[in-house]
Write a protein that binds this ligand. Sequence first.
Ligand SMILES: Cc1ncc(C[n+]2csc(CCOP(=O)(O)OP(=O)(O)O)c2C)c(N)n1
Length: 660
Amino acid sequence: MSSIFKDLANAIRFLSVDAVQKANSGHPGLPLGMADVATVLFKYYLRFNPKNPNWINRDRFVLSSGHGSMLLYSLLYLTGYKSVSIKDIKNFRQINSICAGHPEYKKNSGIETTTGPLGQGLSNAVGMAMAEEIMKKKFGLNLINHKTYVIASDGDFMEGISHEAMSLAGHLKLKNLIVLFDNNKTSIDGSTSLAVSDNYKKRFESYNWSFQEVNGHNEKQISKAIKKSLNSKKPNLISCKTIIGYGSPNKSGKAASHGAPLGENEVKLVRKKLKWKHEPFKIPKKILNEWRKIGEKGILQEKKWNTIYNKKRKKIKDEFLRIINNKLPKNFDKLIEEQKKKFFDLKPNVASRQSSAFILEGITKNLPELIGGSADLSGSNNTKTKYSTIIKPSNFNGNYIHYGVREHGMAGIMNGMALHGGIIPYGGTFLIFLDYCKPSLRLSAFMGLKVIYIFSHDSIGLGEDGPTHQPIEHLAHLRAIPKLNVFRPADTIETIECWEIALKSSTNPSVIALSRQKLPFVTEVFTKKNMSNLGGYELKKTNPDPEVTLIASGSEVQIAIDALNKLKNINIDSKVVSMPCQELFDKQPKEYKEKVIEKNSIKISIEAGSIFGWEKYVGSEGVSLGMKSFGKSAPYKELYEHFNLTSDNIVKLTRKMLGK
Ligand SMILES: Cc1ncc(C[n+]2csc(CCOP(=O)(O)OP(=O)(O)O)c2C)c(N)n1
């Protein structure tokens, strides 16, 4: 190993241990152990331009083991990203510092994704690599031809999501994915032998990956392995045998170096051992310059790419820019309006999952960036249209992914595709299986990604499959997640509107909850305006000044309308408010909200899910009808009767509340 190489790697090491020491918290073990691998990657292979971190054809670098965040921040600072200054590094883990405890995705910063929950970064990287292949098919090899590199740790590979994502990556032959495994055989509780005895070679070969093993402190071996992986026909795992806390005389090779500052004394000893004579946070000019030169290589690479791009026909350039800048086609609004008009005239009585298929069929051809899929429930989620072409191993000329029964992997992969850019991912499963993909869905929201979750079979209305499949607390759970819109449309018009909002939401994900059972068409008047965008709106009323406000979402809107008619027959005036999206309703001005939910009326809400959260609309005097227990296995109409989610029950309650 040359002395300059050692200096470069040690610059990462000391920025990391000193920042952890100053913050008095953090994880020194990984940066110390993986500094050599990261140096090889950045010095010889990674194509990136710190002056334009968003360059679309850059290689993606994901630090899946986000606890080693100081490794990433050090690299960004050393290679010259504006986003991370030495002051930021000194402020590691302090409020508002970009150098947060774990990396938090920020556009144009070099932090490609949020990591920390182990395994997520790996699945994101699979999504990025898929996005690269899909974009390459659309725009050609000379515009899109980059790699996705990942650093992942023992913990990443213990997580279930890694099995799902790695398995799909192998199946699809994602050859541009290169994972550098920090194989230090140590995790928090001690040696990984306490909990794992997997044979990684066999594991990865069975996934149809290429497997190599190197000494993770040997520049030449690491470099040779990466070089070999560049021409692979399969995804690549490079197992790098490393020593956690490398250089620490008393803590290296031990769990003690994983997640706590080494201590002032030990840091001094590391300095001595690695012959680093420099003060904390002072990187000698010569070493910094060497790192900056590495960062500058990308300027020329991007320049060359620009020349290729500029030679493309205007039509291709315009489409390329539209897609990577997340802009919908010019005719999009017209397309939506046409669909709304068509279905208003047809007034179909169909399940909202069918309505979702209608709108998908209407827009798929015009939105090549829309990449759908399902976790093996395509026919049930109605996510596949006649314009869907399936993405196959080594053939990414398509717009539909069969994720297999891998909900968690699907969600993490969708995040990766959205992060890559140029793709709007949507994916389906049953609402109940939110439980299987929630950790990634939370990160879609946290990162503010345009990812669209199609969750069908959204209540006891799914019937005979029974309580294991009937979501209860799921809508409440989703509504508790910040920065997420949860839609539950009542008919085809609302479903079109919810899709429109989701596709126009560039800074947050959306869930569209859909019914299995048929729903009557409830929209009363045609309007170009997207009424669902108000979150909740007055659908019907029997008097300008009703005594009762009935608030419902999705499949229960029809029950509220039935109740309104029955109440009218006994001379009680009421109104029905359809509430397809609570988050959007809550953002409306106070006057609007008070007008819609009649202040002086009695209020009853009905939704075939947990009543948790509805009290904010019905108030302390109101009543919420919903589910207070798990469901049951029976035909759905019987279930609605059994659980008292009926118009007759609403009438009974109203009479009681009004004393009539
Ligand atoms: C999903 C998840 N579970 C638990 C943790 C807490 N945690 C952080 S690092 C870690 C394991 C550390 O072992 P390894 O991945 O081998 O990292 P190393 O010790 O080599 O740095 C755990 C359990 C986490 N970050 N994410």
